[in-house]
Structure formats: C-alpha cells, structure tokens
Design a binder for this molecule. Sequence first.
Ligand SMILES: [Zn+2]
Ligand SMILES: [Zn+2]
Length: 308
Amino acid sequence: MTVPQHHGTVPTGPSRRSVLTAAGLTAAGVALQGSWGATSAAAAAAPAIFYSPHQDDEAIGMAGSILEHKAAGRPVYLVLVSRGENGGIAEYLNRTPCVLGSKCSAPGHRHELGWQETWPTPEVVSARTSEFNASAKALGVDKVINFKLSDTAYGTESEYEAFVKKIMSKVRGLIQQYPKASHKFAAGWLDTTNPSQPTNATHKACSDAAYWLHDNGELKDVRFNHIYTYEAFSRSQRDRGADYVLNIPSAHMKKKRAAILSYNTWDPNRNLYTTGYHSVPTMLEEAYSDPREFVYALPSDYTPGRGK
Ligand SMILES: [Zn+2]
Ligand SMILES: [Zn+2]
C-alpha cells in the first residue's frame, strides 16, 4: 500500500458565502426532538442515510459528513447504489506495465489479473465492493446497505429512466422503514471531472431519484454532496456555490484518509486490488489532501434527465 501522492497546493481560507451552518443542521434535529416530546429519543436517533453512487464516492466526498453525523449521535447507514460494473478498470488491471507507473501499489507495478473486461465485469464488482466495505468499516458506519443495481445509467435513454425508477423504488423502501431519516445523495447535476463535459450519468440518476421523490413529497430532508469537485476544480474554486462547506476536524480527517486508502490497498488475500486508485487516482489524491466537503440543498432550478 502506498500513500496517495500529495500535491503542493497552497491551502486557502474559506471565502465569504451564504452557508447552512453545521449548527443550523443540528438545530433542525433539536427542534424536531422538542416538538415530539416523549418520542424525542427516537426522533434524535433517526438515521442519516448516505447514498454512494459507486464504490469510492463515499470516501471521496461523503466521509467527513458521515463522521459529522455520527459525532452528532445519529446512526449512519451507508448505501451502495450501483454494482459499479466497469470494464476500464479490468483493462487497467489486466495490463503490465501499469498506466499509473510508479504510483501503482501492485508489487513491481505489475498485474495481469485476467479479469473479465466485458459486462458485467464480475471481478471488478467484487473487488470494488471489498474496497467499499473496508471503507465503510474505517468510517464506522452503523449499517451497510447494497442496492446491487446494475449500472445502466449509460445505456439507452429508457435504460437511464428505468435506472432512476429503480433507485426511487429502493429509496422509497428506506423512507417507509425509517420515516424520520435524512437522506444524502451525490450532487449529480454537478458531478463531472471536467465542467465542459457531461455529468456522470450514474450520479445524475441518483440526484434525479431524489428530485422526483422530493417533488412528490415523499422525501423531505435531503442534502447533496459534490463528489467530483476535487478533480473538476482547483482548491480555491471547489466551494463555488456550495450551501455548506464542512471543515473536517483532524480526527475525522484521519478516518476519511483511512477510508480513501481502502481504495489504494493491494492485498489479494482480502480481495483488495486498488481498483479505486486505478479508476480515479487524482480524485482520491485531492480528496485525501483537502479537509473539506461541499454540501448542497436541492436547487430550485433543478433539471432532471441525463442530459447530453
Ligand atoms: Zn461515482
Ligand atoms: Zn497498476
């Protein structure tokens, strides 16, 4: 295992902005507690449910928020939305020399794993999910829930819409099971590694599902974490437009870094093959070195759909 490369970016102070403060988020929970009297303990213990579109998104852009909610006494449930099929990762890990060169954690930077590169890439799904479970453990979440949805967000338009509906159906089940839960999704309308490129379809499908459930009144308490900002923007630009910038305390950052390192651990005995680091090395490195997360409310001008 190697430590992600550090970049010599100069940290900048937080800029002035309109924010939902951490105190504000906590205050809502307190108010709820007060208004429910005898059931206040149950209300206060309502879970915060985080929905990671793929294996790695929770470590990159949600880990600090997960730890913030745990520290506030909330049970945290972590959902893996998609199976994370990805032929590109199999291609990288089937080839020597590695595209990552000396940054690769495999012994001698060599790997010829012989994994299936075509859908549904079973070894990739399995290894990515092992990394996800190790990350969840590092973060100390109370429950891991795997929706196991095939990631058809990049298929035809109707496959995309069907994927959104499947996410909605699964989230609806959790709303019914935990009526007082709060729900945290990826800010899919923002999640692209390059602002001139389309957003990640899987991430957009997740925020679309939240949008529709909010629109019809089923989903009340919902927030969104901007996952791809670490790669899309330089450090001074990452907080642009965020409703709340979480400054992650150092004790929590230590755990977040452990979660990130789950995606850069080569340990075949534990089914760990650094799939995350071979998929999004820059994002993992930048998130590792930036102790902030970026939280959004649902925009009033939200546009559902995969887009172009
Ligand atoms: Zn993702
Ligand atoms: Zn490699």
